[in-house]
Design a protein around this ligand. Structure first.
Ligand SMILES: Cc1cc2nc3c(=O)[nH]c(=O)nc-3n(C[C@H](O)[C@H](O)[C@H](O)COP(=O)(O)OP(=O)(O)OC[C@H]3O[C@@H](n4cnc5c(N)ncnc54)[C@H](O)[C@@H]3O)c2cc1C
Ligand code: FES
Ligand code: FES
Length: 1306
């Protein structure tokens, strides 16, 4: 072994040589920071989002074959790549050389919005189609499980795959590569020369065997990375460095490596040891090399399955079921079986399965015999997660199953697709020859303790007993005793799952014994999978020249987004002398700061400064409404994660290390976290908002019925894929500062930064090209990030970049306000609602931020879609020790609309009426007056409701569901039809305005800008459509480069679903000015060209620059008196949703959604359909799976998408039908279009109410006919625990132990 080697690998066909690679460096860091290939995005750094997906190609010298796999660059250590080739999005296609079929497919299907996830999506698709050009739709969906998108709702991305296949030049799929068989000449660089050719696998890597067969060693500052290529060499190294970890895919151990927390300074990488990557069959079973990846094992098992007969192959079938749901392709492609078995985690799927299968581990150490170790109770107690210093795991042997043996592996995650199991299991039984009694049993569970558990007592006491329902009862009893421990806060649920798994296993074996397939009753592999399909129905006006408005043109940034060229803040190349700001945050939820000592941090080489409140030249305080927040905490902290100061360092890595060295001493104080606690302690911000309309007092006496209840909604993390980011660049002359920031509120950022720095606003330019998803989350929190960068830059006179990593972002920033509504509703026997008394509480966090508006705007929606004339309501902001909750798509409306729909549902249950009947009886009509005193302008809501009800065949399907439910005990369905209406407009009159600037150059090109921030809602595309229409020139002549306070000042924030309404008016007005000025020249030479008219005007010294301003209305709204106009108009919609639940696990699937939405005359129907689908899926997350728990001392458990689950492609409705209401117009906007950003999110409550119906059907089978108060979000846990049955009865009766550090759900 040489003392030091150079790392050689290829990127996009180009050879890269790294002299002293640092083992801590990831491929992602190297691509972005050294090669400046910023198309590969960083969104989580946890392997949990797929934004960093690249293709890694390897050459197998033995088989002379090339493999291409997708991988997450954020997890792959640079050193892993020696002798391999990497393809990034830049290598697939570009706007200059031409786009690839996959990229074109994304454009044609409108498969992106903000575009931050898009390069990762492109790479996932590209890799699949490169390997399998004829991949089926199910495979496409399966690979996409590894890529999260917060904007689109995924349906168009799935469609993009189909388009991509069509776009292949050869017509067969994707076959652009020429040849990958070894060539005779060695070229160090082999790059593609045109868009019609893929980057091929570098011949040099095929022809130079030593890349793969030579032992190499790389030395970094802290670690030395050995890559041996034979078993003898790896054993020698392990003997020499017994403490050194053997690393394979680095999926488990990589975290420690990246953070520099590995205790050994030597790392031994086993990926190239041939003996470790063999899968072979023996007389007794299958032997799997420890270095075999999960993907290869799946492949091998699928091949072996055909060659091996039942009963021997039962273990293979079961293993395949388990492998199907481990991680995603990007993980399975690098994660190895050995790494999995040797990882220390409570809930690894294959571990539980292998324990049940009775697998045997083969360990070897230098000069010693093979040590065979059975995976059994002893292994867990003594050997689990630890092996002798000099040993390595070489292979795992899985025995065949015999005739009377049955085995399954199951897991139940929070979210089906890309999630760890809450509980995971492997269950095995051997029956006697009569197949009636148990001869042996192995029951292994993960997720019930700190490590996997083999339920030995349950298994032992079953021996000799008859395989029957009685045995199930006995085993469940034993499991409840045996698995009951204090490690989790939800032990009853975990016990319930374990017992339910066993019951499913029992049913499965019964069916096997009878040779029947009864998957319609239950399933051991989750609910049945179908692929996504959808329809999008809208009108497109007939072609009339350059009149582009109302047409579904593709996003104007399409080619840049799909090629990775679109620039986000963190993609801006580094400035010389640039610094990185890393925050120092509070570790306590409420404490007095006694002292802060940054001495050790400042001593670290590369650290330049530490800034805190004393460095803020102006005011350290800010806030959206009242300045009760601080940029840097002063003498008290009010939530975990509150920023105390920031380290300024020359690199992010150094900054992160230094931030941990800042010593903060605290004195802990009392805390409040939940709404209930705040109510009890009366911890409220001042200002109760009241609405009192009609005469509720008189109703109290006259209504024939009254029910009361409570309902609540949970917290929701924005999870925009681009984290908060800002870059502040000082311009020393005139004391100016230029700030690039990912924000929705340009003007407020300029205003607040000018207050921090105490400088006039004309010295502060704030600009943004695009935001990688905002959803309301890039307002106050974005200002704080920009503020830290600005203060740092001001003090050091150097550019400062401040980009939150995902964990910081999740833990520091505000979220959607959890809410609680306490109501009393008065109604008549016919279902007519007469009055409502409702108290509305939101959890505001520790400062007010925009909470007063969230309460007030929420209360605009007090009557939902219904005509309720007598309402008394009070809205409260609970003050808690959480980060300040903030704006989020819908801004109080989703919480209130959910409350009102819950009220309606309650009325229906009380009267034993169908919910849709109660809804229809009470629905508002033209002329009715809302709680916020707006007069309903039309009957379009009723139109949406009626069309949706008809199109979806709601009434027939409801009957079909009754039949389904009566014949299925363990699977139930539910359906719900829910209307929404959403008033568009800001209350303060001043906010209902926008500005634009149009600059025409002498070549006829047009530079347009306006006040709206592009964050995925397609605003720039729509504005260019408007300009193109008004100037009567093609779209291609117009671009929007960025929005900036230096071009359009004093803009209104981008939010409230009216960015397009307002800015379209302003753009139009500016364009009309230009058009009018050119009119004489046009008239003089009508046959001439646009360019010539422009030049003629210039010759006459006519200005070719114009500003436009637009005011949307003349009357504002006064919250205090509940008078005036807030709703310029209403956007309406109705959704019909059908779901299915698995009563034994709580899993659900949305089977079908039909939406009819009134968005007026859509400016761009394709974009608006995208908003509807994306909004619905985001709301679906709120209603079903998005949940944050706190530790008892107030720390958020979630640190990113690994724990906080947003919907993935697997979860979206299997059938997704969207229709835009025809013939809808409004005179309130210039092109008769309506705002659509927020309203569709509200439709997702239909999923919740459909789930509730399914749950009630399950309870009815157990004889319960109550109105079970299912809580929102309807998580897997809540659904399972609501489906009362004998298992739950037993688990509920059990004296479960619970963790001392109870989690708090907010
Ligand atoms: C985003 C993400 C999602 C995931 N989802 C799931 C999931 O849904 N279900 C699930 O079960 N798991 C899941 N995992 C975990 C995954 O299965 C394991 O992390 C993976 O199998 C580890 O394999 P590896 O090759 O990457 O191991 P490494 O990380 O390289 O190594 C893991 C450990 O094993 C040791 N080791 C490795 N090979 C040997 C050997 N031959 N001899 C001795 N010691 C060895 C290492 O020293 C280290 O301690 C997920 C992981 C990630 C990152
Ligand atoms: S950034 Fe790599 S998976 Fe999220
Ligand atoms: S387009 Fe997918 S995250 Fe925005």
């Amino acid at each position: 072994m040489e003392s030091r080697d150079a790392l050689i690998f290829f990127v996009n066909g180009k050879k890269v040589e790294v002299g002293s690679p640092n083992p801590e460096t990831t491929l992602l860091q190297y691509l972005r920071q050294t090669l400046y290939l910023t198309g590969t995005k960083s969104a989580c750094g946890q392997g949990a989002c797929g934004a960093c997906t690249v293709m890694i190609s390897s050459y197998d010298v033995t088989n002379k074959s090339i493999t291409h796999v997708s991988a997450n660059a954020c997890l792959v250590p640079l050193c892993y790549l020696h002798g391999r080739a990497v393809t990034t999005v830049e290598g697939v296609g570009s706007s200059q050389t031409g786009l690839h079929g996959v990229q074109k497919g994304m454009i044609e299907s409108q498969g992106f919005q903000c575009g931050f996830c898009t390069p990762g999506m492109v790479m996932t698709m590209y890799t699949l189609l490169r390997n399998n050009p004829t991949a089926a739709k199910e495979q496409m969906e399966r690979v996409l499980e590894g890529n999260l998108c917060r904007c689109t709702g995924y349906r168009p991305i799935v469609d993009a795959f189909v388009e991509a296949k069509k776009n292949c030049p050869c017509g067969l799929g994707l076959c652009q590569q020429t040849t990958e068989t070894p060539v005779s000449t060695v070229e160090s660089t082999y790059q593609k020369d045109s868009s019609s050719q893929d980057v091929i696998f570098p011949p040099e890597l095929q022809l130079t065997e030593s890349y793969h067969t030579k032992n190499v060693v790389f030395s970094g500052d802290r670690y030395t990375w050995y890559r041996p290529t034979s078993l003898s060499e790896i054993l020698r190294l392990k003997a020499e460095h017994p403490d050194a970890p053997v690393v394979m895919g680095c999926n488990s151990i990589g975290y420690l490596l990246r953070k520099g927390k590995l205790t050994s300074d030597v790392i031994i990488c086993g990926t190239n040891v041939r003996e470790l990557v063999v899968v072979e069959t023996t007389t007794s079973g299958i032997r799997v090399g420890a270095g075999v990846t999960m993907a290869s094992l799946e492949h091998s098992l699928n091949e072996l399955l055909g060659k091996t007969k039942d009963p021997a192959n039962r273990c293979m079938k079961a293993a395949l079921d388990v492998l199907r749901w481990i991680g995603v392709d990007q993980i399975r492609n690098t994660a190895t079986i050995g790494g999995h078995v040797m990882s220390h985690a409570p809930n690894l799927d294959l571990q539980a399965f292998l324990l049940a299968a009775g697998a045997e581990l083969n360990f070897v150490s230098e000069g010693k015999e093979v040590r065979l170790c059975k995976m059994d109770g002893d292994f867990i107690s003594n050997g689990y997660g630890h092996i002798g210093g000099s040993e390595i795991l070489v292979s795992i042997s899985i025995p065949y199953t015999s005739d009377n043996e049955f085995i399954v592996g199951m897991k139940q995650p929070h979210r089906r697709g890309f999630d760890y199991g809450i509980v995971t299991c492997g269950l095995f039984v051997e029956l006697d020859t009569s197949r009636e009694a148990v001869r042996g049993m192995r029951l292994a569970f993960g997720g019930v303790d700190k490590k996997p558990v083999l339920a030995l007592s349950a298994a032992k006491s079953s021996i000799g007993k008859t395989w029957s329902e009685d045995l199930v009862a006995a085993v469940c009893g034993d499991l409840i005793t045996e698995l009951n421990n204090s490690h989790y806060d939800n032990s009853k649920f975990r016990l319930t799952l374990a017992c339910s798994f066993f019951y499913k296993f029992f049913l499965f074996v019964q069916d096997q014994l009878k040779n029947v397939n009864s998957s319609s009753q239950y399933s051991v592999t989750g609910l049945p999978l179908t692929t996504v399909s959808g329809t999008q129905v809208y009108d497109v006006p007939s072609d009339d020249g350059n009149r582009i408005v109302w047409k579904p043109v593709p996003n104007v940034s399409s080619e840049y987004v799909t090629s990775g060229e679109a620039q986000f803040v963190d993609d801006i190349p580094s400035f010389q002398s640039e610094l990185c700001a890393v925050p120092v945050t509070s570790k306590h939820a409420h404490a007095r700061i006694i002292s802060v000592d940054p001495t050790h941090a400042l001593e670290l080489p590369g650290v330049v400064d530490y800034i805190n409140s004393s460095d803020v030249p102006g005011s350290n305080r800010f806030g959206e409404i009242v300045p009760d927040g601080t940029l840097f905490a002063e003498d008290e902290v009010f939530c975990c994660g509150q920023v105390i100061g920031a380290v300024l360092a020359e690199s992010r890595a150094v900054g992160e290390k230094a931030a941990e060295l800042v010593i903060v001493t605290y004195e802990k104080m009392d805390t409040t976290f939940t709404i209930e606690e705040a109510i009890e302690k009366n911890e409220m911000f001042d200002g109760v908002h009241k609405i009192d309309v009609g005469d509720l007092e008189s109703i109290r006496g006259t209504a024939s019925q009254c029910v009361e209840g409570t309902c609540s909604t949970g917290v929701q993390e924005h999870m925009y894929l681009e984290t908060q980011s800002a870059l502040a660049v000082p311009k020393l002359e005139q004391h100016e500062l230029e700030v690039f920031t990912s924000t929705q509120i340009l003007t407020s950022t300029q205003h607040i930064l000018s207050q921090f720095l105490k400088i006039p606003r004309n010295r502060l330019t704030v600009k943004i090209k695009r935001v990688g998803g905002g959803f309301g989350g890039k307002q106050g929190d974005a200002v704080a990030v920009a503020g830290i960068a600005a203060v740092g830059a001001w003090k050091t006179k150097r550019p400062v970049r401040c980009v939150w990593d995902r964990t910081t972002d999740v833990r520091i920033t505000g979220k959607r306000h959890p809410s609680k509504s306490v109501y009393k509703v008065y109604f008549n026997d016919d279902g007519k609602i007469l009055g409502l008394d409702l108290k509305f509480y939101i959890n505001a966090g520790y400062t007010q931020d925009c909470s007063p508006y969230v309460v007030k705007i929420g209360m605009w929606f007090l009557n939902g879609c219904y005509n309720i004339q007598n309402i008394k309501s009070e809205g409260y902001m609970c003050k808690t020790n959480l980060p300040s909750n903030t704006a989020f798509r819908g801004f109080g409306a989703p919480q209130m609309m959910f409350a009102i729909e819950s009220v309606l549902q309650h009325v229906a249950t009380q009267l034993k009426m169908a919910p849709e009947q109660v809804r229809q009886i009470n629905m508002v009509k033209q002329g009715d007056i809302t709680a916020s005193r707006q007069i309903m302008p039309d009957n379009n809501m009723l139109r949406c409701w009626t069309e949706c009800r008809t199109d979806s065949r709601y009434d027939q399907r409801r009957q079909e569901i009754v039949t389904f439910n009566s014949t299925n005990r363990w699977r139930k369905r539910g359906i719900a039809l829910i209307p929404i209406m959403f008033g568009i407009g800001y209350a303060p009159l001043v906010a209902n305005q926008a500005g634009a600037l149009v600059l025409v150059y002498l070549d006829g090109s047009v530079l347009l800008t306006h006040g709206g921030v592009e964050m995925g809602q397609g605003i720039h595309t729509k504005m260019i459509q408007v300009a193109s229409t008004e100037l009567d020139i093609p779209l291609e002549k117009i671009i929007i480069s960025e929005v900036s306070t230096s071009t359009v000042p004093n803009t209104t924030e981008s939010g409230g679903s009216q960015v397009a309404d307002l800015n379209a008016g302003a753009v139009r007005n500016a364009c009309i000015k230009i058009r009018d000025r050119l009119e004489p020249f046009r008239k003089a030479k009508p046959e001439d060209t646009w360019e010539n008219w422009v030049n003629a005007a210039y010759q006459e010294r006519v200005s070719l620059a114009a500003t436009g301003i637009f005011k949307s209305r003349e009357e504002g709204y006064d919250f205090d008196t509940n008078t005036g106009v807030h709703a310029n108009y209403y956007t309406y919609g109705t959704a019909c949703t059908e779901v299915e639940i698995d009563c034994l696990t709580g899993e659900h699937q949305v089977r079908r959604v039909d939406i009819v939405m009134d968005v007026g005359k859509s400016l761009n129907p394709a974009i608006d359909v995208g908003q509807i689908e994306g909004g619905f899926v985001m709301g679906y997350g709120l209603m079903t799976m998005e949940e944050i728990k706190l530790t008892a001392d107030g720390r958020m458990k979630a640190s990113g998408p690994l724990e906080y689950k947003i919907p993935c492609v697997r979860n979206i409705p299997r059938e997704f039908k969207v229709k835009l209401l025809q013939n809808s117009e409004t005179v309130k906007t210039v092109y008769s279009s309506k705002g659509v950003g927020e309203p569709p999110l509200l439709l997702a409550s239909s999923v919740f109410f459909a789930l509730k119906e399914a749950v009630l059907a399950a309870r009815a089978d157990f004889g319960l006919t109550d109105d079970y108060p299912l809580k929102c979000p309807a998580t897997t846990e809540r659904i399972r625990m609501a489906c009362q049955d004998k298992i739950i009865d037993r688990c509920q009766q059990a004296e479960t132990k619970t963790s001392s550090n109870l989690l708090v759900t907010i």
